[in-house]
Write a protein that binds this ligand. Structure first.
Ligand SMILES: Cc1cc2nc3c(=O)[nH]c(=O)nc-3n(C[C@H](O)[C@H](O)[C@H](O)COP(=O)(O)OP(=O)(O)OC[C@H]3O[C@@H](n4cnc5c(N)ncnc54)[C@H](O)[C@@H]3O)c2cc1C
Ligand code: SF4
Length: 511
């Protein structure tokens, strides 16, 4: 489907960088309001016919493989971004998580916690809009997700272990046909893309809807390399590289950056100038810092009878009981446990790919039950994205350097979560149990965080740069703290809210 085409010198358009959860949403929301948008997307545009139930093949087709130094991130370079690969778990942040510093205190000298400059009450109407847009199961009269065997085992064990708050809902996967897309077939290859489009991805929701407005142009295979500005410091356009390696400039009235944390930090840092010697919007020195990626962990248990955990959407089922802040457990913040199924390929990665531990589980594959741990990750200035001093990648950009180390709070939280998971499965007679770290870099947050004080962060409560009035950040980079749950529903809610703000400012002629 082709949308409208804009000329490069059309300075009335909003340029959105990235077409994933944040970029795809803010672009469509603006286009629906009649605001002209050009969306630059580094990856190519697949169709559902290109999606195959083959994880390594789909990784080659849609994964981000440009060089990065340091910690691994499992993200995508394709129209739709990582919403092509994600599982679709969509919980809201809880009220205390918007008040990280107030609730937990500054954990130690290394942490840099702040409160969000907005509250759950302010975001709640946008959570409603995001849930309706994404079709979140168990919300707004949408049925809950189908209960898989893996979920039933998890729920039964959780009940025996004394937990109450367990649901199969809160998935942005259609339980039944909705919004022109079919219901889930429970085949379980969600991380390889969803070949029938039951799982929400901007590739086949936000992007085509924006194209239908006549106010939107998607430029795939267009890697933004730099954002330009005028003498007053307002941004004026984006330089990008096309598939043939040629550079172009698209003029802009405003720019929204949504490249998924590493790329968002990279483009801001790479847009340095005389006026912004440390990078665009970086007078605070906070661009790239406070990178958060959640306390992650994986849990496997061999159960006495078959579970067949692969016969389900990849993830279905969340336990919320441990999300509250309860310092008696020995750490700040809380976590969720989430039922997750695993294909042999991913399981092999989780367990290190060989050895007796690996074979002990694979021999019992049909009896396996599995959980995923996701929890609050305290902001630390040392966890950061920076640019390599000398090394450039194929697009001529400095290679990003990703530095991330778990805080001891994270390790203590994971240990607690593994203990809780063990109780859940042992209550049902598990024969063998394994729990450990899962350093996969799926949930990326921070690096351009919203802050009330411009010295503490990069953006204000709308995701608008403190230093540059017509520059916005529209992805998880603006999270002031991580909360425990998966971030994408919050990214989408914030993007819808940001689009409202941009439209209002344009109507008032202040943007
Ligand atoms: C295996 C897996 C499972 C996940 N499951 C869940 C889940 O269950 N629930 C949840 O909430 N989250 C989940 N996530 C995380 C979720 O996918 C992300 O939070 C979400 O996609 C982030 O949205 P985004 O817009 O920031 O980035 P993305 O969706 O990654 O989109 C960024 C886009 O920007 C493009 N881009 C980057 N740089 C440039 C540039 N310079 N020029 C042009 N384009 C550029 C990229 O190609 C990409 O398309 C999961 C992630 C993974 C990997
Ligand atoms: S299990 Fe459901 S959401 Fe996942 S890929 Fe299959 S149809 Fe899509």
């Amino acid at each position: 489907m082709m949308g409208k085409q804009f000329t490069p010198d059309d300075a009335s358009v909003v340029v959105v960088i990235g077409s994933g959860a944040g970029g795809g949403t803010v672009a469509n929301e603006l286009a629906q309001k009649g605001i002209d948008v050009v969306c630059l997307e580094a990856g190519s545009r697949l169709t559902l016919a290109d999606v195959e139930n083959n994880p390594p093949l789909m990784d080659a087709r849609m994964g981000w493989h440009d060089k990065r130094i340091g910690n691994f991130l499992w993200v995508c370079k394709t129209v739709g971004g990582t919403t092509m690969r994600w599982s679709g778990v969509t919980p809201r942040l809880q009220a205390h998580e918007f008040r990280a510093l107030t609730t937990y205190g500054q954990i130690d000298a290394g942490t840099s916690l702040i409160d969000w400059p907005l509250t759950l009450d302010e975001l709640a109407p946008y959570y409603d809009k995001a849930e309706l847009k994404m079709g979140v199961s168990g919300s707004h009269a949408i049925p809950p997700s189908e209960e898989s065997n893996n979920y039933k085992v998890f729920k039964a064990g959780a009940r025996l272990a004394g937990y109450q708050q367990v649901t199969s809902g809160r998935m942005a996967i259609n339980p039944v046909a909705r919004d022109g897309r079919p219901g889930c077939q429970q085949i379980g290859f969600c991380h390889a893309g969803c070949a029938i489009g039951a799982k929400w991805s901007t590739l086949y929701t936000e992007i085509p809807k924006a194209e239908l407005t006549g106010h939107f142009e998607l430029r795939a295979n267009s890697m933004a390399v730099r954002i330009d500005h005028d003498k007053t410091g307002k941004v004026t356009g984006v330089i990008y590289r096309d598939q043939e390696g040629k550079l172009h400039e698209q003029k802009a009235r405003a720019v929204c950056v949504a490249g998924n944390v590493v790329e968002t930090a990279r483009i801001l840092l790479n847009s340095d100038s005389m006026l912004f010697p440390n990078g665009l919007a970086n007078s605070s020195g906070q661009v790239g810092r406070n990178y958060m990626r959640h306390t992650f962990g994986a849990v496997l248990a061999v159960m006495p009878k078959p579970v067949n955990m692969h016969r389900s959407a990849r993830q279905t089922g969340i336990l919320f009981d441990e999300q509250a802040h309860n310092p008696e457990r020995g750490f700040a913040g809380g976590y969720q446990l989430q039922a997750i199924g695993g294909d042999p390929h991913t399981m092999s990665d989780t367990l290190g790919g060989w050895g007796s531990e690996h074979t002990a589980f694979m021999d019992n594959y049909s009896n396996l039950a599995a959980l995923f741990i996701t929890g609050e990750d305290p902001a630390e200035s040392r966890n950061r994205i920076s640019l390599h001093d000398t090394e450039l990648d194929a697009s001529g950009l400095p290679v990003p350097v990703v530095e991330y180390r778990n805080h001891q709070n994270t390790d203590a939280m994971r240990d607690h979560a593994i203990g809780a998971s063990r109780r859940i499965y042992e209550s049902l007679g598990a024969l063998h149990f394994w729990g450990g770290d899962a350093p996969v870099g799926c949930h990326n947050m921070g690096v351009a965080r919203m802050s009330a004080d411009p010295n503490d962060g990069v953006t204000n409560r709308w995701g608008q740069a403190h230093d540059v009035p017509n520059l916005f950040v529209s992805d998880g980079s603006i999270f002031s703290s991580s909360g425990a749950g998966n971030p994408t529903l919050t990214i989408v809610a914030l993007a819808i809210r940001q689009a409202d703000h941009i439209a209002e400012r344009m109507n008032q002629k202040t943007l």
